[in-house]
Design a protein around this ligand. Structure first.
Ligand SMILES: Cc1ncc(COP(=O)(O)O)c(C=O)c1O
Length: 398
């Protein structure tokens, strides 16, 4: 397939006068999602009320959408299910994986991981007691830290701050050789670059959908369990919709078949409807084309910004094969600089302590936006337009 990026762009509602480089944090509204939510509200919830669970197929939506995401991340059919938030899915995968390695006690991760993943691991370790421990090392030291004490290697493939990308296949192979299982967080990968979970032999994977998959604020997360584990793993979050027969209302929990057991409670139907519509763009977009275009855009942005702004330090790997679909620069006044950019219509975001983050999403962003954003950034840096007290005052969400 050769993706027509003019056609994909037409599928999104992009606010006038805005250069949107934050689709790595929250994707824009897909036109189809707007219509689909309206239809789900009026025709399904409005007219069918509770019968919508059967008549509109709400009950199967988590699996139906899971399969569509599965195709983007190299998952076998029937191995991905939607629900909850990503933090919950991290906990769920971790609890299952640890139980599958009962003679080991170490969760290995890296210091670049998203804090919520580490917090969830820490919480689980405290609940389990019995000598369980979370060990974190620098991202570049992960491979050497895998030993026969590690039960689970838990990593986010693409670093949320720097965009640095781990080698999933190589690290999974190394973990397996040491007898450990792997959990891959695909928050910054799914919809951004090709992922091959089955090819890499990953054991578990999780990810969110409000970034590159455009499901909207608070959209549900996904979880993948490799088919070889699906009937073995025992869910720690054993909710009724993960039961073998939810509507038998048995008092004893029996896990559902395969990936169904990773469901917990009632799924968010309006958000799932939005996500299902948002996935339509992948009928005309090829993830390999998206990746190739993303590399062109990130290369151009880095070149333009570095040429004009020597005071900004590139935090993202220079080798495009070693990064995701974002570009990050460091500056001690990064927060104020980002506020000045936003005031000029260029939306990226800031990550403490000093990272300016720009996401490149070829489905709706092209070279014009790269040039506009780089030119405005160059002007703000040259004139120090960022140097204002109101730009330095931190909002709740950065
Ligand atoms: C890598 C990673 N893991 C976990 C999370 C937390 O996700 P949620 O708020 O959906 O639980 C995020 C959120 O951005 C993330 O980027």
């Amino acid at each position: 397939m050769s993706t027509d990026f003019t056609a994909t762009r037409a599928q999104f509602h992009l606010p006038d006068g805005i250069t949107y480089l934050d689709g790595n944090s929250l994707g824009p509204l897909p036109v189809a999602a707007e219509a689909r939510i309206a239809r789900t509200v009026t025709e399904e919830w409005g007219e069918m009320v509770i019968t919508g669970w059967n008549r509109a197929g709400w009950i199967d939506l988590p699996r139906r959408v899971g399969d569509r995401i599965g195709r983007l991340i190299g998952a076998e059919p029937g191995t991905v299910v939607m629900g909850d938030t990503l933090s919950i899915k991290v906990y769920q995968a971790l609890a299952s994986a640890l139980e599958m390695r009962p003679d080991r006690r170490v969760i290995l991760s890296d210091t670049g991981n998203f804090p919520s993943d580490l917090y969830m691991a820490d919480g689980l370790v405290r609940t389990l007691g019995q000598g369980y421990a979370l060990k974190t090392v620098a991202p570049e030291d992960v491979a050497d830290a895998i030993d026969d004490k590690v039960a689970v290697l838990m990593l986010t493939e693409v670093d949320y701050r720097t965009g640095r990308k781990h080698d999933m296949a190589a690290l999974t192979e190394r973990a397996h050789a040491a007898g450990a299982l792997t959990i891959w967080d695909l928050a910054h990968s799914a919809g951004a670059l090709p992922v091959d979970l089955a090819g890499a032999g990953a054991d578990f994977a999780v990810g969110c959908t409000y970034k590159y998959l455009n499901s909207g604020p608070g959209g549900p997360a996904f979880i993948y369990v490799a088919p070889r584990h699906a009937e073995v793993t025992r869910p720690a979050l054993s909710g009724w919709l993960g039961h073998e027969a939810p509507f038998a209302f048995d008092l004893d929990y029996r896990p559902g078949r395969g990936i169904d057991r990773m469901r917990v409670g009632t799924p968010p139907i309006l958000q799932l409807a939005a996500l299902e519509a948002a996935m339509d763009v992948w009928d005309i977009a090829d993830i390999h084309d998206v990746r190739a275009r993303s590399i062109e855009l990130t290369e151009a942005f880095i070149a333009r910004v570095e040429a004009a702004c020597p005071m900004l330090v590139l935090a993202t790997p220079r080798d495009p094969e070693r990064r995701g679909s974002q570009v990050s620069f460091r500056h001690p006044e990064g927060y104020a600089i980002m506020q000045a950019l936003i005031a000029e219509g260029v939306i990226g975001d800031f990550r403490a302590p000093d990272i300016l983050r720009f996401g490149f999403t070829p489905l709706y962003i092209g070279m014009d936006e790269v040039e506009t954003a780089a030119d405005i950034l160059a002007r703000i840096m040259a004139t120090e337009a960022w140097n204002r007290e109101d730009y330095k005052r931190r909002a709740k969400v950065t």
